[in-house]
Design a binder for this molecule. Structure first.
Ligand code: UD1
Length: 423
């Protein structure tokens, strides 16, 4: 499977745009499909995963599985994952290093093969991201770990279910634990589990495989271990962060658009917030209709685990607040270091003061286009959105980061009438 990434030289050119009109379709959730691909390691056979976005992260997870001996093929938005009876349970440095989410292979590999060797993920633009909770949770089921030469080696002769209380509702730790618990002996109770819609999608996938999970999407999940699982077909839930990106686009540029495929029930807190800012959002069959005919009003935003405002939405809020009427305070409660893109917005004339995990954003009537750099997926998208409301040209370098999470951000915004192109 080839990588769907752009070259590191790719840049996106944005000119002032709006009002936006038309319909845009949201793809499958990146943060779900990566975990479903990892979950397929739990059983031999042919998995069919539908609604899979053609993004670099999916290609990389495919490469990681192929490295282990799995075959991965894409036709359109359908991914076929063929898992053999035996494979090499190893995730090498070169692959883990470029995508931290690779760590979620640890749970399924230990559960099915009793051993796993995974490169220790490094830091990234989110700041320091430890995996202590992943390891501790798996240890509570009976796994043991040693670390040497940059690799974690896990062993688990016999995983046994127990009650595991997570210190924080970590998405990744919940997923790793869940994927180990499905094949453990007896019952595992996950207390303080993450409740994100992607966790519920993973649980649906695992239950279809023959797992016995109840309580997905709630804080306490119960997993009754089974002895074997089987391959399945599954359709990935829509990407709520991609949907939020189009909301932000119409938020800064004005107009009236339909976001097809977006699920309002996965985005309740976000919709409440953008409603307070003056956006008119109406759920319709299989999507959202969004209308903005005035300058947005500023609000305060605080990121929290689901159902709170997702940290991945935050750069989009900062972009919207940069041109909204008034002052908004944005508080990051999930990833301490995640405000680096604010400096890029400041280069575009935004008035943002970052203090610790707070950013005070004073809205300007307009921004001023400038050359900037995409630091990560969502922050990169937020710079594109900001460019829609900036006078002159905004050139976003390192746009390959954006391609990690968006199949066609440029094409979709262009279809809505925005002046966005690759440069
Ligand atoms: C996932 C998402 C990411 C999103 C995040 C929070 C994927 C691929 N990524 O990341 O887009 O922003 O959820 O919604 O799904 N922590 C520890 N120890 C651990 C694990 C986590 O201290 O062992 C901390 C992290 O540093 C962070 C917080 O817990 O401060 C939340 O992280 P977590 O929910 O685990 O995020 P990810 O699963 O990495």
């Amino acid at each position: 499977m080839s990588s769907d990434s752009l070259s590191p030289e790719a840049a996106i050119l944005v000119r002032p745009s709006g009002p936006l009109r038309g319909t845009v379709k949201v793809g499958g959730a990146k943060n779900s499909v990566l975990k479903l691909m990892a979950a397929s390691l739990l059983a031999p056979g042919r998995f069919t995963i539908r609604n899979v976005p053609a993004i670099a992260d999916v290609a990389w997870m495919g490469e990681l599985l192929e490295h282990m001996g799995v075959s991965v093929n894409r036709v359109g938005d359908v991914l076929t994952v063929e898992v053999p009876d035996q494979l090499t349970p190893e995730a090498p440095y070169e692959l883990v290093e470029r995508m931290r989410a690779s760590i979620v292979v640890l749970g399924p590999l230990l559960a099915r093969f009793g051993r796993a060797k995974v490169s220790v993920p490094g830091g990234d633009d989110f700041g320091h991201r430890p995996i202590d909770m992943h390891l501790q949770a798996l240890e509570e089921l009976g796994a043991t770990f040693s670390t040497s030469h940059g690799y974690i080696e896990g062993r688990a002769e016999n995983l046994v279910g127990t009650r595991v209380l997570l210190e924080f509702p970590s998405v990744g730790a919940t997923e790793n634990l869940l994927m180990a618990a499905v094949l453990a002996q007896g019952t595992t109770v996950i207390d303080n589990a993450a409740r994100e819609p992607e966790i519920a999608d993973l649980a649906d996938f695992l239950n279809a495989m023959g797992a016995k999970i109840s309580g997905a999407g709630r804080s306490v999940m119960t997993v009754e271990g089974v002895t074997e699982l089987h391959a399945v077909e599954h359709t990935v839930i829509p990407d709520r962060i991609e949907a939020a990106t189009y909301l932000a686009a119409v938020g800064v540029a004005g107009g009236e658009i339909t976001i097809a495929g977006a699920r309002a029930d996965h985005m309740s807190m976000l919709l409440r917030k953008v409603g307070e800012m003056g956006m008119e959002v109406n759920p319709v069959v299989d999507g959202l209709e969004v209308k903005v005919d005035q300058r947005l009003r500023s609000v305060d935003v605080s990121t929290l685990p689901y159902p709170g405002v997702a940290t991945d939405y935050k750069p989009l809020f900062v972009a919207m607040l940069s041109v909204a009427d008034g002052v908004g305070i944005v508080t990051e409660n999930i990833f301490a270091g995640r405000f680096r893109y604010a400096d890029e917005l400041v280069r575009m004339g935004a008035d943002i003061r970052v203090e610790g995990h707070h950013a005070v954003v004073r809205g300007m009537a307009a921004l001023s286009g400038a050359p900037v750099r995409a630091p990560d997926i969502r922050a990169g998208a937020a710079l594109v959105i900001a460019g829609l409301a900036a006078e002159g040209e905004t050139l976003i370098a390192e746009a390959h980061h954006i391609a990690r999470g968006y199949q066609d951000l440029v094409g979709n915004l262009t279809a809505l009438g925005a002046d966005v192109s690759y440069a």
